[in-house]
Design a protein around this ligand. Structure first.
Ligand code: NAD
Length: 500
């Protein structure tokens, strides 16, 4: 794909626009510049919103059966092309192809959920709320919804949003990450092939300028954002100030609590899988293991053993378990936490700075799995979201101290407890101040029919993504009170309507 230029997708076809600016797309495994992407300004955003607004009345009025049929066809097409999508994602993001296929599969689950839209949009009906008066509620689409998504899941995170939004009768403008934009365009092509009317799904590439144009556009009624906490916080404030509906999912620092009675092999497997999968570039990655005394040393030994066996290599290498980081700048930033943690008193138990790379690929944005032991909450490596292959181990003196630490963290995306004590696990799920909890499950990403979202600095707004919360986010409720053919109830009455 050398020299490839990725364009926007507006009104059912590629849209070159007249981009004054373009961004660079890298191949993280080789460090090679692989192509460019047009960065939208106001003109491209206006064109996308205009196409979406023009498509809205027709799509809103399409029957539920028609909408569901398009979704079923889209589901089949994405499934048929999942290998191709996975390779596209792997090349631009760096994650291994099997992992990229996993994100496509999890995104597809949301499409499958949205295929049930006729059932999901059923409102309520109450007969005879007053004499011969009925009341009911209907769920109506909002209009044009926008989605702004991060680099780390270029297919799955957009698919948390647009299948539900579109199924509900909205039209959609996606602004994917400019670092790995190709998957979103392929998804747009598959929508067109599935028979989605032109303009219902649009893609504008870009950076802050495109996002600002979407946030200020009066035609955009709802904004779904997923990305880092500072940007999530500002998008929430800006969109709300413009009277838009907004959900903004932010960053994370996910803790895994290991109690002394846990199966330590299971816990070590989980910590390593959830810490280093996708090179730690997952918002549900485990970044901190909290080992409750006295299991710290034993758990560390098992973690080190497993980390030593991990195979690092290009995403398309059949044996690679972990790929490179997304950009050189991000790789360097992640690596800097190893120095700062050691300077602040942590023990660098595994140093991934000079990894052995399968196939000897040089030039890429490589950082091997690293483990920091005896990390404390005062260290930068604990306080910041590192978003890379660095696992921090904190030693805690008791279950209570560990729980307090986790609940006190400003982030509240995911957490997990590893124990064989049902009572301890139940107390954890009840008390911990985190939105998604795993019990002996390290990455508790909710199924499509539940909703995904963290608490505290991990989510701004009150609706989580997909599931019924997604349906509510992308619809507004109308409550109707109706009386038919009841002449006996005629006559003027200035009193507040009361039930008879
Ligand atoms: P990011 O915040 O840098 O970018 C996210 C999106 O916002 C991109 O589309 C980007 O172009 C745009 N953007 C970047 N800076 C902006 C600005 N100043 N103003 C307006 N828009 C801006 O995030 P990223 O680096 O792409 O992704 C990694 C982050 O996303 C991590 O913090 C991770 O935890 C988070 N994340 C969270 C979840 C979740 O569900 N909570 C899921 C995936 C990723």
């Amino acid at each position: 794909m050398s020299g490839r230029h990725v364009t926007h997708w507006i009104g059912g076809k590629p849209f070159a626009g007249e981009p004054e600016r373009s961004g660079e797309i890298y191949e993280p495994a080789s460090g090679r510049l692989a192509g460019t992407v047009g960065l939208a300004g106001r003109a491209e955003v206006d064109a996308a919103v205009a196409a979406a607004a023009a498509a809205f009345p027709g799509w809103r009025d399409a029957s539920l059966a028609q909408r569901a049929r398009v979704l079923f066809r889209f589901r089949e097409l994405v499934a048929a092309h999942s290998g191709e999508l996975a390779r596209l994602i792997s090349a631009e993001h760096g994650k291994v192809v099997a992992d990229a296929a996993g994100e496509v599969a999890r995104g597809l689950e949301v499409v499958e959920f949205a295929c049930g839209i006729p059932h999901l949009l059923k409102g309520g009906f109450s007969e005879n709320v007053s004499t011969r008066v009925d009341a009911y509620s209907i769920l109506q689409p909002l209009g044009v919804a926008a989605g702004i998504t991060p680099f780390n899941f270029p297919a799955m995170v957009p698919m948390w949003m647009f299948p539900v939004a579109i199924a509900c009768g909205n039209t959609f403008v996606l602004k994917p990450s400019e670092k790995d934009p190709s998957a979103s365009v392929r998804l747009a092509e598959l929508w067109a092939e599935a028979g989605l009317p032109d303009g219902v799904f649009n893609v504008v590439h870009g950076d802050k300028a495109a996002v600002d144009a979407l946030l200020h556009h009066p035609g955009v009624k709802a904004v779904s954002f997923v990305g880092s906490t500072p940007v999530a916080r500002s998008i929430y404030a800006a969109a709300a100030a413009k009277g838009k509906r907004v959900q903004a999912l932010g960053g994370a620092k996910n803790h895994m609590l290991v109690l002394p009675d846990a199966d330590l092999d299971l816990a070590a497997d989980a910590a390593v899988s959830a810490g280093f999968g996708s090179a730690g570039e997952r918002c549900m990655a485990i970044s901190v293991v909290v080992a409750v005394d006295p299991v710290g040393d034993e758990l560390m030994a098992r973690i080190r053993e497993r980390v030593a066996r991990l195979k690092v290599g290009p995403g398309d290498h059949p044996e690679a378990e972990m790929g490179p980081l997304v950009t050189r700048a991000h790789r360097d930033r992640v690596a800097s936490y190893l120095d700062s943690a050691v300077a602040q008193g942590a023990v660098l138990a595994v140093d991934g700075r000079d990894p052995e790379v399968l196939g000897g690929a040089g030039g890429g944005f490589w950082l091997g799995p690293s483990v920091l032991d005896r990390v404390t909450p005062a260290m930068d490596a604990y306080r910041d979201e590192i978003f890379g292959p660095v696992l921090a181990v904190v030693r805690a003196g008791s279950y209570d101290a560990a729980m307090e630490l986790i609940s006190a963290n400003p982030y509240g995306n995911g957490t997990a407890i590893f124990t064989n004590d049902g009572g301890a696990a139940r107390r954890f799920q009840n008390e911990v101040e985190v939105g998604m909890v795993g019990v002996n499950v390290p990455i508790p990403v909710p199924m499509a029919y539940y909703s995904f979202g963290g608490w505290k600095d991990s989510l701004f707004g009150d609706s989580h993504a997909h599931g019924m919360e997604g349906v509510h986010f992308y619809t507004r409720t109308k409550a109707v009170t109706a009386r038919w053919l009841d002449p006996s109830h005629g006559g003027v009455n200035l009193g507040f309507p009361a039930n008879e």
